[in-house]
Write a new protein. Sequence first.
Length: 369
Amino acid sequence: MEKNKITFWAIVSILFLFGIASVNADTIPLEKGYIRFEELKKRLPGLQYKLDMVILVGEIRFKKSTEFKFRVDSAYFIHRNNIESLTKPILYMGRDLYLPREMVEAIFIYLIDSEVSYKFTEDKLTLNLYQRVIVQPEEIGLRHLIIDAGHGGKDPGATAVNGEYEKNYTLKIARMIKRYIKKKFPNLKIKFTRKKDIYVPLEDRAKIANKKLQSSKDTIFISLHCNSTPTPEKSPHGYEVYYLAQSGPIETTRESSILSNQLIDIRRDPKVQYIQSGMLSSVIQRRSILLAKAIDSTLKQSLDSKIASRGVKKNNYQVLRGSMMPAVLIELGFISHPQDVKMLEEKTVQLKLAEGIAEGIKNYVMAKN
Ligand SMILES: [Zn+2]
């Protein structure tokens, strides 16, 4: 019965798990079916116990969690006034506690603040600790998000110091953003310009995005790239958020694209159309700047210097030029710099990137409205 209950909760807690941010995988040896408390504490530093050496009654807790009350040599423990039974008694030997398997499972389920997946075999416990990411769904006043994972297929982009390609980082992080945003803003529809390792020409990327405007003008575009320098020994590091640099010719191109994409009422007088397309173009520009600033500021917070901010910048990127909606390009880090590469490889950092971008989009939407 107790066992069924624990299995049920293990499944429930895995469902809550965002399921991506693996912090570490580890094994702990079992000694005659027992786990040494010190071994567990090494992996879960907030875990502690108190033991009254006279009556051999003690408590186990994690940080400020509720506690398990136990007695040495007893096969029961108490949690929140419930008595839970164990198949073997808790032992105290050589100044350490020895916990039976079910008690370790109960610690994972009831006490610790991270998510865990684990497996017991005859002689060891394999442990994967995850950062707990419970995403609270929210409504957002935006219809479509286009995510453009830079490069792909025959175009690998830059090569990182560890030999990995830019195209793989951009796709991995695009997927992470999608997974996160689907949970965070369930009403926001996400479209990729590429879902896998394929080559998509730059002009097609903007076209894919612009097509979405037919169903809703409430659409933004985020392109993901990684920076690099040809001289890795002098490589800078950090991320940058770009919007399109304005100039007369670029403006004119965008205005005529607005007309050809029929984003304004083409039944109107051509002069009116011209004025409207100019107005729309400047709205797109202002909103792109707003979006870039919003994302930079929330990324700064969520990344907490793991990848440093190099600020908001402007550039004449083709993919930005072509898109008829608020659009930014994020250089996620310098893959010519070992520290940035290390960070981009880490699932927890990828998640921070997703969180920061999602928060930035939310702040942008609030500011724009
Ligand atoms: Zn690139």
